[in-house]
Design a protein around this ligand. Structure first.
Ligand code: 2AM
Ligand code: CA
Ligand code: CA
Ligand code: CA
Length: 259
């Protein structure tokens, strides 16, 4: 399929700009909070409303595309052929509910399984990280350079709280070799930190919509995106993923045990 990646990038930036404005306004309106799998797995009326809005705008602009999204308004996507959009309407819902900040909205576009364009908005800071391999990377309209390929000893690592606390795969050994541990609670916010060199690694169990946009952006920035068992990333399944500088990802894979 022939696609215009610049056009998709511009479309996603415009869409996330609207989403950001809506969510900043919504955050002062009445929020209803429910739970999904457990008491810490939250969903609000704004997660649902945002996903409905985003998915309908995508369908209007790209009727031939399919959508994989978190809150149930997407398609049943069985393969990665054609144009596929991944939508996480609010990433960091717990931060959204408890802190009113450090949450994101993310959209990733893939063509025949290949990463094409990623777009992530840090909603409260109104910063959109976007682009891809073909068109380069930007924060809002400003082009950004790839971060330095720092080693583990020179950078902060971000590991999801459940994995860090359970010491999954002996991940605390990776933390000990780093500059320190941070746990920001939103994959989208963390991808922003990776792209700007504020952190050198993220490790978490991620669903397709958690990973899609960040994978496009971080790979375009020359970073490594690998599954913990070194198998190819499967964009239609959840998996434990390491995203980091080339040096840190290879150090982490050597250090982690029982994979
Ligand atoms: P969410 O807010 O969109 O659910 C920290 O909790 C990060 O992990 C957030 O980006 C969150 O996304 C995601 N997350 C939370 N629970 C998850 C789960 N069970 N599987 C995968 N990702 C999860
Ligand atoms: Ca969720
Ligand atoms: Ca998410
Ligand atoms: Ca979400």
């Amino acid at each position: 399929m022939n696609v215009d990646s610049k056009k998709i990038d511009a479309f996603l930036v415009e869409l996330l700009t609207k989403v950001g404005a809506n969510l900043r306004e919504d955050s002062i309106k009445k929020m209803s909070v429910g739970t999904k799998k457990n008491r810490n797995d939250l969903v609000t009326n704004f997660d649902k409303k945002t996903e409905q809005f985003v998915n309908s705008e995508i369908k209007k602009a790209y009727p031939e595309a399919t959508i994989v999204s978190e809150e149930g308004y997407g398609d049943l996507v069985k393969d990665m052929s054609g144009l596929v959009f991944f939508v996480d309407p609010i990433d960091g819902t717990m931060n959204f509910v408890k802190r009113g900040g450090d949450f994101a909205s993310m959209i990733g576009a893939y063509i025949d399984g290949e990463p094409l364009i990623g777009a992530i908005i840090d909603v409260m800071d109104n910063e959109i990280y976007h682009g891809g391999k073909e068109i380069g990377l930007f924060i809002n309209q400003t082009p950004i350079d790839s971060p330095k390929d720092l080693p583990l000893i020179e950078g902060l690592v971000d590991i999801s709280a459940p994995m860090a606390l359970a010491n999954k795969f002996d991940v605390q050994e990776v933390v000990k070799k780093s500059s320190g541990l941070r746990v920001y609670g939103s994959a989208g916010i963390i991808f922003g930190h990776l792209l700007t060199g504020k952190e050198v690694m993220y490790m978490s169990y991620l669903a397709p919509w958690d990973l899609a946009a960040g994978r496009v952006l971080c790979e375009a920035a020359g970073m490594s995106v690998v599954s913990i068992d070194d198998s190819p990333i499967n964009m239609l399944e959840s998996q434990v993923v390491i995203v980091g500088t080339q040096k840190v990802a290879s150090e982490a894979l050597k250090t982690l045990k029982a994979r």
